[in-house]
Design a protein. Structure first.
Length: 241
């Protein structure tokens, strides 16, 4: 085919689809904007996860004021990220991990400081998933709190926290049936069950040990009293002599 003819045909074809340029340009701009948002979400969610991790460490260390500040900063960033993600479903998925970490940190903070589990008002799919998964993750952090209380000799606090673990597990257990919607929840429920069994075994052993120690202490007190009586009796016999 003659080059000139081919060139003319190509030009004609291009002119025939010129009407596509404008919508395709809009699509390109939209995709560029979404990609820019995605990159901002990736960086922002890393910051949220880092702050929440530090907050959890501080909660276990007893630095509740610092933990509260870090959680507040994480919440502020999270609000911005929700706005950035907007209503794009393909961007919402980037929020779940950070939202889950935030729920975990907030729940642990609230339980340790106020003895209550925080609730949520919004029920978007992203927030709902994060709330359920975050509460299940919090059960693992509560296990550490229970062990710390036992080491500190605060048995009543340990039992209260264990009761919270069991209550959370019981209320979240039915949601494992929706693993096809809330991916990963069944595995987290199974992990929570194992953690609770471990803590229950530890507390049972601790109660048994405490009971044995209490019996031994009572026996020692009885022996000491008997020794005192014997000593008093011997002194009286000596005086009579």
């Amino acid at each position: 085919m003659d080059v000139f003819i081919y060139s003319n045909m190509l030009t004609t074809c291009m002119s025939d689809v010129d009407y596509l340029k404008e919508p395709l340009d809009r699509m390109m701009e939209m995709l560029k904007a979404i990609e820019e948002r995605r990159e901002r979400l990736i960086k922002g969610t890393r910051d949220v996860v880092m702050l929440c991790s530090k907050a959890i460490v501080n909660i276990h260390a007893g630095n509740l004021n610092m933990a509260g500040e870090q959680i507040a900063r994480a919440e502020g960033i999270m609000d911005e990220l929700r706005h950035i993600a907007g209503e794009y479903p393909n961007l919402q998925i980037y929020l779940v991990g950070a939202e889950t970490e935030l729920v975990e940190a907030k729940a642990l903070y609230s339980i340790v400081r106020e003895h209550r589990v925080p609730i949520i008002d919004a029920l978007s799919m992203t927030i709902m998933k994060a709330y359920l998964l975050g509460l299940l993750d919090c059960i693992g952090e509560l296990k550490r709190q229970v062990y710390d209380r036992v080491r500190e000799g605060k048995s009543s606090d340990a039992l209260r926290l264990f009761g919270m673990m069991e209550a959370l597990y019981s209320m979240l257990l039915p949601f494992s049936a929706y693993d096809n919607i809330v991916q990963g929840i069944k595995r987290k429920v199974d992990v929570a069950r194992i953690l609770i069994e471990d803590v229950r075994a530890m507390l049972t052993e601790e109660v048994r040990r405490s009971s044995i120690l209490e019996v031994m202490q009572r026996m020692e007190m009885m022996v000491d009293k008997e020794k005192e009586k014997e000593g008093y009796s011997n002194r009286e016999e000596g005086d009579d002599g």
